[in-house]
Design a protein. Structure first.
Length: 330
């Protein structure tokens, strides 16, 4: 299928007609030769006297080449484009931010791996998050790490491998020893403000109470709800613990309720995996489809066609001229 980017250019095809119709014939002054006995010469030759101006007549071949050249030039100016088959691209319709607690309590070794090896909470979280992220290849993932304060480790990206690398590089205490849970929600809100996606999900993973936030978590959750951000809160600590290591399940439940999300409690690896599987079910991957047809410019084809016809005509004329000369010589 061929389309023209500038179809109005074909109006120029009428330009030569207007020039022939409206413009006067080209005249060129030349020196004349005075012939004595002009009347007698006319009688002898039998020629009819004519005016001094002579309009040269072109051959039909010349007229065709000139007209064809103009047609090819105007067609090239109209910029023909070859339209390819429709191409459908799918992109994520959801931005998913994951906030991970790096406070000192994440060093507690109360999780086991698949081979029954005891590891700390952060290592278990990394392993499960890696499996979760690899199953969300169509979502744009972001990563916030928080301790004394929250930090944006990875802005929203569709590059899952890079996201996983940044997650693996996170270490306990690199953001401080306390838990700024509410401020982490506030930072996530600020990041979501710069996105156009309407489906916004925040997964917060913590194992302790909020101890250093300037904004209480529930108040931050109310602001998040105003920005249509749904929060899923996962508690990985022991609710029977005391001090900063105790998980405030009531706060997590309230945060999830205010934003329309859910809260989960994971005391071991299996429960943590189950929480992420439930989030997968609650938040299936969404896609925005964009369809377009690739265009390839073909403006050089009519120009190449003209040069081919022109060179072919020159060859034919030259060949015909040589054959006539050879015929006369024989």
């Amino acid at each position: 299928m061929i389309e023209f980017a500038y179809p109005w250019s074909f109006v120029l095809l009428l330009l030569p007609v207007l020039v022939v119709w409206l413009a006067p014939a080209y005249k060129e002054k030349k020196h004349s030769v005075q012939v004595p006995y002009f009347a007698r010469l006319v009688d002898v030759t039998g020629e009819t006297p004519q005016s001094g101006a002579v309009i040269l007549n072109r051959r039909n071949t010349q007229r065709f080449i000139v007209a064809f050249a103009w047609l090819c030039l105007v067609t090239a100016m109209a910029k023909p484009e070859i339209i390819g088959e429709p191409v459908v691209q799918q992109k994520s319709a959801r931005d998913l931010m994951i906030a991970v607690d790096l406070s000192g309590s994440m060093a507690v070794e109360d999780f086991t791996t698949r081979d029954d090896k005891v590891v700390n909470r952060l290592i278990a979280v990394k392993q499960v998050l890696a499996e979760f992220a690899q199953g969300r290849e169509s979502d744009r993932l972001g990563l916030i790490l928080f301790g004394d304060a929250p930090y944006l480790q990875a802005p929203f990206t569709g590059d899952i491998d890079t996201w996983l690398t940044l997650l693996k590089e996170s270490e306990i205490g690199m953001a401080g020893q306390s838990t700024a849970f509410g401020d982490a929600i506030g930072l996530a809100i600020g990041v979501f403000e710069n996105t156009q996606t309407k489906n916004r999900v925040l997964i917060v993973l913590t194992d302790g109470n909020d101890t250093s936030s300037r904004v209480p978590p529930v108040d931050a959750a109310k602001v998040a709800a105003a920005y249509d951000i749904k929060i899923y809160a996962i508690a990985v600590g022991d609710p029977t613990a005391v001090g900063e290591e105790k998980v405030d399940l009531a706060v997590l439940d309230e945060i999830a309720k205010v934003t329309g999300g859910r809260s989960f409690q994971a005391l071991n690896r299996d429960e943590l995996q189950r929480a992420y599987r439930e989030i997968d079910v609650l938040e299936p991957q969404l896609f925005d489809s964009q369809s377009f047809r690739p265009k390839t410019s073909a403006h050089y084809y009519p120009v190449a066609l003209f040069f081919t016809v022109y060179l072919l005509s020159l060859f034919i004329v030259n060949l015909n001229f040589r054959l006539k000369i050879r015929g006369r010589q024989q």
